[in-house]
Design a protein around this ligand. Structure first.
Ligand code: ADP
Ligand code: MG
Length: 255
């Protein structure tokens, strides 16, 4: 799905003073692109994803997803969401959690992948009848990943999905996620504040500055996959990204 963002501004008016979470963001994201959105805590990353998912409405400007509004894209089952918390229903088994999401979020359209297949692809084929509380944190995120896959959506909105996991599990899951993404090529918006993760995963990295959230940098990452941190090109990109982030981490009015 192609995403077109035009002069998007979002102001939270409930606080005192009002907070400009995002200001005048314009972007075009090509279908099938894996884009990392990176920036310090509070810079508006989650707000951007929530706007794209039709969970909140922008103060000004807009988002089009393949020419449709986020509300239309969501209703036609084209948006799948994954966040730090797996948001599983504790009284349903792994398989039931996935099928319920398919039933409600896909509406009347049939996904090309069954709940059982999705669970197998994330390595949970053996525990399809287990309840979430019997699964480790890493397995619960795998289950959330199976649910995402099973929705068969064209746009994956992923808000720091592995941020709460230990480093080893996190690296393993990001590598597996790439293997799941590559054959399907949905458009991915991946929010992170981790340089390594952004560089390991993304075709493109967009850096957002805080207060107000604006685009500080936007670049394509043409490193071949699989990427390894010990590759010299990886290190060069890492140094450049660090530099941009350190210069843009201060609120703009303090610079
Ligand atoms: P990030 O995901 O980059 O950490 P957020 O998008 O969650 O940042 O938040 C951006 C800014 O908007 C922050 O300053 C945050 O405090 C503020 N904010 C987020 N959600 C709300 C809300 N529901 N009400 C008021 N302010 C909010
Ligand atoms: Mg956030």
């Amino acid at each position: 799905m192609n995403i077109q963002i035009d002069s998007l501004t979002h102001i939270f008016k409930n606080g005192k003073p009002q907070r400009i979470a995002l200001e005048d963001i314009s972007l075009e994201i090509k279908s099938g692109q894996f884009t990392a959105i990176i920036g310090p805590s509070g810079c508006g990353k989650s707000t951007l994803l929530r706007l794209a998912a039709d969970l909140i409405q922008p103060t000004a400007g807009g988002i089009r997803i393949d020419g449709h509004s986020p509300a239309q894209a969501r209703k036609s089952g084209e948006i799948a969401w994954m966040a730090q918390s797996p948001a599983l229903l504790p009284w349903l088994t792994a398989q039931q959690n996935v099928t319920l999401a398919q039933k409600f979020l896909r509406a009347d359209r049939h996904p090309r992948i069954s709940a059982g297949q999705a669970l197998k692809r994330v390595g949970l084929g053996d525990v399809e009848n287990a309840y979430p509380f019997t699964l480790s944190g890493g397995m619960q995120q795998r289950l959330a990943l199976a649910r995402l896959l099973a929705l068969d959506a064209g746009l994956w909105l992923m808000d720091e999905p592995f941020a709460a996991l230990d480093e080893i599990t996190r690296e393993k899951l990001t590598a597996e996620l790439l293997n799941l993404w590559q054959p399907l090529q949905p458009t991915v918006l991946w929010v992170t504040h981790n340089y390594y993760e952004a560089l390991r995963l993304a075709d493109r990295i967009i850096v957002i500055t805080p207060s107000p959230g604006r685009i500080a940098a936007d670049g394509d990452i043409s490193l071949p996959r699989p990427r390894r941190e010990d590759q010299p090109e990886f290190q060069l990109h890492l140094a450049a990204l660090r530099d941009i982030m350190s210069r843009s981490a201060l609120p703009q009015d303090a610079q």
